[in-house]
Design a protein around this ligand. Structure first.
Ligand SMILES: *[C@@H]1O[C@H](CO)[C@@H](O)[C@H](O)[C@H]1NC(C)=O
Ligand SMILES: *[C@@H]1O[C@H](CO)[C@@H](O)[C@H](O)[C@H]1NC(C)=O
Ligand SMILES: *[C@@H]1O[C@H](CO)[C@@H](O)[C@H](O)[C@H]1NC(C)=O
Ligand SMILES: *[C@@H]1O[C@H](CO)[C@@H](O)[C@H](O)[C@H]1NC(C)=O
Ligand SMILES: *[C@@H]1O[C@H](CO)[C@@H](O)[C@H](O)[C@H]1NC(C)=O
Length: 240
């Protein structure tokens, strides 16, 4: 294993592992041919398809192949996998309810930081830096918050009108991008949905841009697959 050849997010973890690793870290034999489903041709450890032999992959990273689409079930949600990135330990997914041909289609369930807990296989965060002490945690996506209000306010800060894609019969529906402080919200307003995107969206984006952001989806990290029995297992098997 050559530490210098690893991508930087991996590097600090490897340092961490070399420092704390012991009997708990024995390499398992995960040698299975990559699986494939639709556009996702390289489904390798820790990922597996539901019908793969039991020894392949990590059961926490089970994916399904449905109608030629690779599907991730996460909490109550169903997400189509757009890509699995083995260089930076991310997976990019799109809510299965969001459709290309319909700009009014919305994710079925809210998904935000409060859905994730530290023990879960996926995380909204990744770390960047050369060593643990010198690294910072950053969010892989940002929230898009759907709000409806009874009346229109002249200057909604950081907001994008959802009309004509989504028109609420009474009142006014808009999007807030980024952070929302509870006190920003007027009494007549309600948060309808809070979802994620990893696509770049600015305050002058149109709702079509927002919908494109939903179609691009959001990244999650699967670095947690290396955490076993209280230790960060060795990130790379030298023979893989
Ligand atoms: C499934 O997806 C692959 C890759 O996009 C494609 O080559 C294949 O024709 C598709 N099969 C079906 C049955 O749609
Ligand atoms: C996330 O948590 C909220 C609040 O508990 C819940 O309504 C929502 O369905 C959860 N999202 C998913 C995808 O399970
Ligand atoms: C598939 O992913 C594995 C795991 O990172 C990698 O070693 C391999 O080169 C990839 N194969 C292709 C064809 O991309
Ligand atoms: C991870 O890699 C993918 C594919 O190269 C890239 O699109 C994505 O932006 C990367 N994510 C991060 C957080 O670096
Ligand atoms: C948003 O505004 C910036 C600066 O005013 C401009 O450069 C950019 O092209 C705009 N983006 C869109 C999507 O209109």
């Amino acid at each position: 294993m050559n530490i210098r050849s690893l991508p930087s997010p991996a590097r600090f973890i490897v340092l961490l592992v070399l420092g704390s690793c012991c009997v708990a870290c024995h390499s398992k034999d995960h040698h299975c041919e990559p699986s494939s489903c639709g556009d996702i041709r390289n489904i390798s450890y820790p990922f597996r398809l539901n019908h793969d032999p039991e020894k392949c992959g990590d059961s926490r990273y089970n994916l399904f192949c449905e109608n030629n689409l690779t599907v991730l079930y996460l909490y109550s949600g169903k997400y189509n996998v757009r890509s699995i990135n083995y260089e930076n330990y991310t997976i990019r997914v799109v809510d299965a309810n969001v459709r290309e041909d319909n700009c009014a289609s919305l994710p079925r369930y809210s998904l935000a930081s409060y859905n994730f807990s530290d023990e879960d296989p996926y995380s909204m965060f990744l770390r960047r830096g050369n060593t643990f002490w010198d690294s910072e945690r950053f969010e892989l996506s940002k929230p898009i918050i759907f709000i409806t209000c009874e009346t229109r306010q002249v200057n909604e800060p950081l907001s994008v009108d959802t009309a004509p894609c989504i028109d609420v019969s009474s009142g006014h529906s808009f999007i807030n991008i980024g952070s929302l402080i509870a006190s920003d919200l007027r009494d007549s307003c309600r948060i309808e949905l809070m979802v994620l995107t990893s696509s770049w969206i600015g305050t002058n984006s149109s709702y079509i841009d927002i919908h494109d952001g939903l179609l691009y989806g959001f990244e999650l990290s699967w670095l947690r697959s290396y955490y076993r029995g209280g230790y960060w297992r060795e990130l790379f098997d030298s023979n893989r």
